[in-house]
Design a protein around this ligand. Structure first.
Ligand code: NAP
Length: 373
């Protein structure tokens, strides 16, 4: 079935740009009769050409036009969602709302979408007449794609996660600032790097002095990230955990429809200087002692994108890194081993592009699911 009028808001932001790129690659616009592109800042300017020429952008705050859409896909952000979704629903709009922002994720009427993992939950929501379908937190979605096999086989008793999250999670301007910081450190270090007699301690001092100086650009990230890491992401919940860490447990259990019997998940979320791949190290207690080979085969066969990387040095260093995975839909999981604590304990490490499975991919796949209903 063709979708009739679908509105796109936030399509030129970082998540929105990746969404459009993927939709073009997969020929998704052939499923939509009339795609309409909205903007909060460029009304009347040319929209993107997705196959039928460019049309003028429509004001994203124009409720009357939005109400004519059968579905709205938004990557505009939480403030937009708070204002416009509420207004549209108050005015009786009954279309599908597909959103990258976190605002509605935990709302009872909303479904968090990650169809390779929770297709039955999505199908049930559609059957129940639900209309709000929200992409999950990037770290959560990537973890669930990687651990899909163990989660769906009910083999997970609890998970402890250490994350190593890319700067792209902070938006395009923070990505730019990380590169600027790299350049500033290099510029100050260059004379010493070129001086064969310079001591490593002098070089080290120039680097740390630059990182600590007010000449390092920090207006977007807030702190030095080059040569550094930041052990806090998102808001402080005043409970010893960050909002990012809270999402790990809350969203995972909602995606699995396990709110009544949640899997305990504890996270420590850390920003590192990677560009757009999040990495995560898991310690997992299984519900029973499963042989390692069986664990690997359960993980590897869970969906079309996850693959187990042999727990060997060369394979890990070549295939289990942000540099290798960026720009692909691959979800490698490796460093899989049993722990000395006992047969039910294992660890693993995964990497995934947080703009693809972590943000844009579940949204475009939701449009496909709708087109099949
Ligand atoms: P973003 O890059 O800041 O883009 C959001 C909007 O900012 C754009 O649609 C655009 O709206 C406006 N904008 C202003 N200046 C711009 C410029 N120079 N280039 C492009 N756009 C510009 O936001 P985002 O990172 O894509 O995130 C969008 C939503 O997705 C947020 O709710 C976020 O929490 C969520 N999300 C993000 C990620 C992630 O990894 N970044 C992952 C999952 C979910 P107009 O065209 O209307 O001006």
């Amino acid at each position: 079935m063709k979708l009739n009028r679908v509105g796109f808001v936030g399509w030129r932001g970082m998540v929105g740009s990746v969404l459009l790129q993927r939709m073009m690659e997969e020929n998704d616009f052939s499923l939509i009769t009339d795609p309409v592109f909205f903007t909060t800042s460029q009304t009347g300017q040319d929209g993107p050409d997705v196959g039928n020429g460019k049309k003028a952008l429509v004001d994203a705050n124009d409720i009357t036009t939005l109400k004519n859409m059968d579905a709205i896909v938004t990557c505009q952000g939480g403030d937009y969602t708070s204002n416009i979704h509420t207004e549209l629903r108050n005015q009786g709009w009954n279309g599908y709302w597909i959103d990258a922002a976190s605002t509605l994720r935990m709302a009872p009427e909303a479904t968090i979408i990650l169809d390779p993992v929770n297709q039955p939950v999505i199908e049930q929501a559609l059957a129940d007449g639900k209309k709000d379908f929200i992409g999950g937190n990037c770290t959560v979605s990537l973890m669930m794609m990687a651990l899909d096999g163990l989660l769906n086989a009910n083999l997970v008793e609890w998970i402890s996660v250490m994350t190593y999250q890319a700067i792209s999670g902070g938006g395009a301007r923070q990505m730019e600032e990380l590169i600027t910081q790299m350049g500033q450190v290099y510029a100050r270090s260059k004379p010493l790097l070129e001086d064969k007699n310079a001591s490593i301690l002098d070089l080290d001092k120039v680097v740390i002095d630059t990182m600590r100086s007010d000449q390092l650009s920090t207006s977007q990230i807030g702190y030095p990230l080059v040569g550094n890491l930041l052990p806090w992401i998102d808001k402080d919940l005043d409970s010893g955990t960050s909002r990012e860490e809270w999402k790990g447990s809350a969203e995972t259990n909602k995606i699995l429809a396990r709110d009544d019997r949640p899997i305990p998940i504890e996270s420590t979320c850390i920003r590192v200087g990677a560009m757009r791949c999040h990495s995560q190290a898991f310690t997992i207690k299984l519900t029973k002692d499963v042989p390692l080979g069986e664990i690997e085969s359960i993980l590897d066969s869970a969906n079309d994108w996850v693959s187990v990387i042999p727990n060997q040095r060369e394979a890990s260093l070549n295939q289990l890194t942000p540099a290798h995975v960026t720009g692909t839909l691959d979800i490698p999981i490796g460093r899989v081993r049993k722990l000395h604590m006992g047969g039910e304990y294992m660890s693993a490490f995964t990497v995934g592009d947080q703009l693809l499975w972590g943000a844009a991919e579940p949204l475009r796949r939701m449009l496909r699911i709708l087109s099949q209903h």
